[in-house]
Design a protein around this ligand. Structure first.
Ligand SMILES: Nc1ncnc2c1ncn2[C@@H]1O[C@H](COP(=O)(O)OP(=O)(O)O)[C@@H](O)[C@H]1O
Ligand SMILES: [Mg+2]
Length: 322
């Protein structure tokens, strides 16, 4: 079953059991009001999950404000966060509220928190402990009630060990930690996401089953972001309404890693994908699925067992694409 949600204007597709479990945890975490640290590889969907947390929280109607700690140099991160008074530094011609103020009573999403400079880590911790801070150059305190949602794509333990990340801040921002699994660990999401992105780009296009096999067989090191880019690129290059495997425009990086993939992934991954699809197409009818694959029912049953696909078989068949 594919769940579709809107989180602050962004559409989220959740098809795999792992993502649907995660959504349950998100709901609980959201309502607890605790700070949440999201872990997961780049492109896996941490920002969407951060939006979901805000969406399910009591702060839903208040602002969701986000800042990537890695995108800007330290001084700019500081003035973005804390704001400044007029004349606080050269170029500060007018006073400006910081994101901490803008996020008052709402959520502040700090992406790539591991990149936050240690001096700013200490300042942030003070804000979270006291609920107040000074704009740069200010003599009066500003108050802000903020829920922090932070994200990191590298486990912070090494940084904590080396002293680059403060232990006390880690505990303050990670009252709850949630992990967004990489796309390769939830292949059930590939078809739903790929069809969603394709329909967004051009509702007239469909994937043929060999195209879907190619998407399944790939490991997606860049996760959902890479899948999205690949689908959009392929849609632009489509030669007709039905996209085939050779219409899928993988990135150069993708092609390189195809070559480096262990050979057994390709075959086993492809076989699993084919079985899954045959079962879906037959509505879970094993004899028909076996016939369409050109293998016996017993062989199919053995493969289902050995790949641990039994759970997939009992789920609802998905919409046919090709
Ligand atoms: N479950 C999902 N459903 C729909 N789109 C998704 C999903 N997960 C990720 N995306 C899309 O993939 C891209 C990368 O997601 P993002 O949340 O920015 O990843 P991260 O913050 O982990 O790098 C974004 O365009 C996002 O909208
Ligand atoms: Mg991101």
């Amino acid at each position: 079953m594919v769940e579709k949600h809107q989180f602050l204007g962004v559409e989220a597709i959740l098809a795999s059991p792992r993502m649907r479990d995660l959504l349950q945890q998100v709901r609980k975490a959201a309502q607890s009001g605790a700070s949440v640290l999201l872990m997961g590889e780049s492109g896996s969907g941490k920002e969407i999950i951060a939006r979901a947390i805000h969406h399910y929280s009591a702060r839903k109607l208040k602002p969701f404000v986000d800042l990537s700690c890695a995108a800007l140099p330290e001084d700019l991160v500081e003035s973005e966060l804390f704001g400044h008074e007029r004349g606080a530094f050269s170029g500060a011609y007018a006073a400006k509220p910081g994101l901490l103020e803008l996020a008052h009573n709402g959520s502040l999403f700090l992406d790539e928190i591991g990149a936050l400079d240690p001096r700013l880590q200490a300042k942030l911790l003070r804000v979270l402990d006291t609920g107040s801070f000074y704009r740069l150059g200010a003599i009066k305190k500003t108050h802000a009630n903020i829920r922090i949602i932070a994200a990191t794509n590298s486990p912070l333990h090494d940084s904590i060990h080396s002293g680059a990340f403060r232990n006390d801040l880690f505990f303050r921002i990670g009252q709850i930690t949630l992990t967004v699994p990489p796309l390769r660990d939830r292949p059930e999401d590939i078809e739903a996401l790929a069809s969603h992105f394709l329909a967004q780009q051009n509702p007239e296009l469909r994937f043929a089953s060999d195209a879907m096999m190619a998407l399944y067989a790939y490991l997606w090191p860049g996760n959902v972001r890479e899948l999205r880019n690949t689908v959009l690129r392929s849609a632009l290059m489509a030669k007709g309404p039905l996209l085939h495997a050779d219409d899928i425009v993988f990135s150069m990086r993708a092609l390189a890693s195809f070559e480096n993939q262990p050979k057994d992934f390709g075959i086993a991954g492809l076989e699993q994908a084919m079985i899954r699809r045959a079962l879906e197409d037959s509505g879970g009818h094993r004899q028909r699925a076996a016939d369409s694959l050109g293998i016996s029912r017993n062989t199919l049953a053995r493969k289902i067992r050995s790949y641990g696909l039994a759970a997939a078989v009992t789920t609802q068949p998905q919409r046919r694409l090709a």
